[in-house]
Design a protein around this ligand. Structure first.
Ligand code: GYE
Length: 347
């Protein structure tokens, strides 16, 4: 990243902290992040919506699916925060289908919601539907993932993480961890949904770091769609093809890493020892495995975007201008992370 980009990023972080007051990372201790909603259903939350200014705010949110623990925590955070903020939430689960997300947006337009929020399953293809929302005069906030459009005025703000930086953090850990291992060191990569912002960003950020080290080689890259089962299946195939040549696994999320851990054990190798494992998210299940030494490093990606989103919606309805990029502050978890911190993890 160049100096100018870094400066711009810092300005964004400043705005994000201003806007969020770090609310997204300090969710109440009593909150339960288990997802209870059913797939494909529409739910209208907030039993007693209050009146902000002179009327109730209605928010339509198109969630992309239920593929991971991260996603379910994200859904729960948004539902909880809507209730808390007394915003009427119309929630649609698109089950990984961009087409279903388009339909959700159209139904929000028909219902004349005040604001539309979308967690886009993939980056491309959003321009026409965003134009429909603009024509209806409804502002769109992107949550979690980017929709790549040439006219960025089609969305008001993007609230979420810096996936490229997450990939870089993973890459730096790998470089450091294997610096005394005689090369070549074979790396396997489990990728998330093809064409999705986190998979593209994490893959590119990781490569930016490892490509400078000639003794590191990415041997295999397979798509596991961010799910436990597909991660396990993909890792099985990788081990079949490459066996013990694989010394490092970079998984684009925790669920796939957990699936891969099972595949590695089935194959007769020791996860975290024979194969160094790095993943992204920081879910409780992953941190438990980190504590057991089956995972070596977890880059945090924060799913608790609900409070930031509700605050942004309210600001928007008050006529304020939002910062275009609202970044969430994040950390990393290492083998040295104290057990108490891991046990407190809520999702
Ligand atoms: O890392 C993964 C989820 O978009 C940041 O999507 C999110 C990613 C997250 O399925 O677990």
């Amino acid at each position: 990243m160049g100096l100018l980009q870094r400066f711009i990023l810092n300005v964004f972080i400043g705005f994000a902290v201003l806007l969020s007051g770090c609310a997204a990372v300090t969710q109440d201790a009593g909150n339960n992040y288990e997802f209870k909603g059913s797939a494909g259903t529409r739910e209208s939350l907030a039993a007693e919506p209050s009146r902000t200014a002179d009327r109730t705010i209605t928010l339509g949110f198109s969630q992309l699916g239920t593929e991971s623990d991260w996603r379910n925590a994200n859904t729960a955070s948004i539902k909880d925060a809507a209730k808390e903020a007394e915003i009427r939430l119309i929630f649609e689960n698109a089950e990984q289908s961009q087409e279903q997300q388009f339909q959700a947006v159209r139904s929000f337009i028909r219902q004349k919601v005040d604001v539309i929020a979308i967690a886009p399953v993939v980056e491309k293809g959003w321009e026409p539907i965003l134009r429909e929302a603009r024509q209806a005069g409804i502002p769109v906030i992107l949550v979690d993932r980017l929709a790549e459009v040439s006219d960025t005025s089609l969305y008001t703000a993007l609230i979420g993480s810096d996936f490229y930086e997450e990939g870089r953090k993973a890459g730096k850990f790998v470089v450091d961890k294997v610096k005394n291992v005689p090369g070549p060191v074979g790396i396997a990569e489990l990728k998330g949904t093809a064409g999705s912002a986190p998979s593209i960003g994490r893959g590119d950020g990781f490569r930016e770091i490892v490509r400078n080290h000639s003794d590191l080689a990415i041997l295999e890259s397979a798509v596991g769609n961010f799910t436990f089962e597909e991660g396990k299946e993909a890792m099985r195939s990788i081990l079949k093809a490459r066996g013990a040549e694989v010394r490092v696994l970079f998984s684009h999320n925790d669920d796939m890493a957990l699936g891969a851990i099972e595949a590695i054990e089935e194959y007769g190798l020791s996860p975290g020892k024979d194969i160094v494992i790095v993943s992204v998210d920081g879910t409780r299940r992953a941190l438990v495995n980190l504590e057991k030494g089956k995972l070596n490093y977890v880059v945090e990606c924060n799913p608790l975007l609900g409070p930031n989103l509700m605050q942004a919606v309210k600001e928007l309805m008050r006529g304020r201008t939002l910062p275009k990029r609202i970044l969430t502050p994040e950390t990393v978890f290492t083998e040295a992370t104290p057990a108490a911190e891991l046990a407190n993890r809520k999702y």
